[in-house]
Design a protein around this ligand. Structure first.
Ligand SMILES: Nc1ncnc2c1ncn2[C@@H]1O[C@H](COP(=O)(O)OP(=O)(O)OP(=O)(O)O)[C@@H](O)[C@H]1O
Ligand SMILES: O=P(O)(O)O[C@@H]1[C@H](O)[C@H](O)[C@@H](OP(=O)(O)O)[C@H](OP(=O)(O)O)[C@H]1O
Length: 419
């Protein structure tokens, strides 16, 4: 018999806009431990905690190996409750850079985090718009620090109740909303609408780390192209050379800039992105490892030059630690994802650029893979659709996402044969 699912004393302060508000609904999960899905099987909560966990994992895509985690999702955890303080702590010696003037987020000094551990906080206010619920929102037994592997530092707040706040962009909100109605829903963090905190809007989504213990995490940026076609057009019409990107470029390869770029001491963002693509495995394999954190806490974001199949395989080997169990879990999930991607309406009708697959596993053998980061995912003008495998030529909008996933699956399959 599990404990009651209620935890009323720790409920955050919510003010709703009076509409049906699933952000509010999400906050109620710890009390009700119940969530309804239109497109995926419903999570039926009883007091049988093991059943709840397995059901939630089945729906949300967690796979478990031979050492099932005994932690109950629906438990009285004493979870959270700490005051809202966001402490970003740099945990690795990975290269960092000065914030570019052109960057979207001014408050960051270090724009590329290696890995931050963020204690949870409770006071979210003003859910503004509706989202939907997800089984991953049910809290775990004890609070786990949220860890950011790569991406813009300062864009995230980790919250209680298994929620993560990411600095709001309309484009990402639209994608997350559409994804909640798409067959891809089990492969993306559940989306719960917009909340405001210290005058800043955030998209609220499931924290995918919630149900792991000391997880190993890896971020792989998918696709053969990491900038949008529209950015290329803009760069031609209104070129805005960036000094910060020039500096990042010469840090890695002093010979990389052209004579003109050297004279300017600046490069266009699209040029920088293309250079990053060819330096890494993006162009040749259709994905690249952005960063990873192993279960022992070791963090590595030094993959800018990880390019060949062998180098990528070595890095993946280091991440999974030669565990056949973990490899099998990841492969199963990626093959499931591929099947769904091949039929998803959302995927067919969007250019998916700069999006990552987040791999998470822990020592219990639990694994999960989710699509994250839809900040650069845009709808295509109808009736255009993509197969995500055809090579890109400017104008066809292809992004190579599925080709990259094919390659990633092949590599992991080879690794499994070698174990
Ligand atoms: N839903 C989530 N659950 C847990 N961790 C997440 C989630 N979303 C993002 N993260 C963490 O934050 C990191 C950055 O995420 P994301 O790619 O969305 O940020 P970004 O700032 O938009 O990145 P980019 O620099 O590529 O634009 C990921 O590598 C992962 O560690
Ligand atoms: O990994 P690096 O070499 O540090 O380069 C960054 C990376 O390509 C990010 O994906 C990109 O953010 P977007 O995907 O949001 O464009 C960012 O652009 P930015 O500096 O304009 O934020 C780049 O600086």
């Amino acid at each position: 018999m599990n404990h009651s699912c209620t935890n009323a004393s720790e409920e955050p302060v919510w003010s709703t806009n009076g509409k049906t508000d699933s952000a509010k609904h999400a906050a109620d999960f710890p009390s009700h431990c119940e969530t309804v899905h239109e497109n995926v099987p419903q999570l039926v909560v009883t007091c049988d905690s093991s059943r709840i966990e397995l059901e939630a994992m089945r729906i949300s895509g967690l796979s478990i190996g031979s050492h099932p985690d005994e932690e109950s999702i629906c438990s009285d955890s004493g979870f959270g409750g700490s005051p809202a303080s966001l402490l970003l702590r740099k945990l690795s010696n990975a290269s960092s850079s000065v914030l570019s003037p052109a960057s979207s987020f001014e408050e960051n000094e270090d724009d590329r985090s290696c890995l931050d551990e963020v204690p949870r906080s409770v006071t979210w206010k003003k859910p503004r718009s509706t989202g939907t619920s997800s089984p991953l929102s049910v809290p775990p037994k004890k609070p786990q620090p949220w860890v950011q592997v790569v991406g813009h530092a300062g864009s995230f707040h980790a919250g209680d109740y298994g929620m993560l706040l990411k600095r709001y962009t309309e484009g990402e909100q639209k994608c997350l909303q559409r994804l909640m109605e798409d067959s891809l829903r089990p492969f993306v963090p559940g989306y719960h609408g917009v909340v405001q905190r210290a005058e800043q809007d955030y998209n609220m989504m499931d924290d995918l780390l919630t149900h792991f213990n000391s997880p190993a995490i890896m971020d792989c940026k998918m696709g053969t192209r990491t900038y949008l076609e529209e950015e290329l057009v803009k760069a031609r019409e209104r070129p805005q050379p960036r000094q910060d990107m020039y500096e990042k470029m010469v840090d890695v390869d002093p010979e990389a800039p052209t004579a003109e770029e050297r004279a300017l001491q600046a490069v266009l963002k699209t040029r920088y992105m293309q250079w990053r693509e060819t330096l890494s495995s993006t162009t040749t394999l259709g994905f690249r490892i952005e960063g990873l954190k192993k279960a022992d806490g070791v963090c590595n974001t030094n993959f800018k030059r990880t390019k060949s199949r062998e180098e990528v395989m070595q890095a993946l080997q280091d991440f999974v630690g030669c565990s056949a169990l973990i490899l099998k879990g990841y492969l199963r999930r990626m093959k499931d994802l591929r099947l769904v991607l091949e039929t998803s309406i959302f995927f067919r009708t969007h250019e998916v650029v700069g999006s990552s697959l987040l791999f998470v596993h822990d020592s219990t053998g639990k694994t999960g893979v989710w699509m994250i980061d839809f900040g650069r995912t845009v709808p295509l003008p109808p009736p255009l659709t993509l197969d995500h495998r055809t090579p890109w030529i400017e104008g066809n909008r292809e992004d190579g996402y599925l080709w990259g996933l094919d390659n990633l699956i092949d590599i992991l399959t080879d690794m499994l044969h070698l174990t």
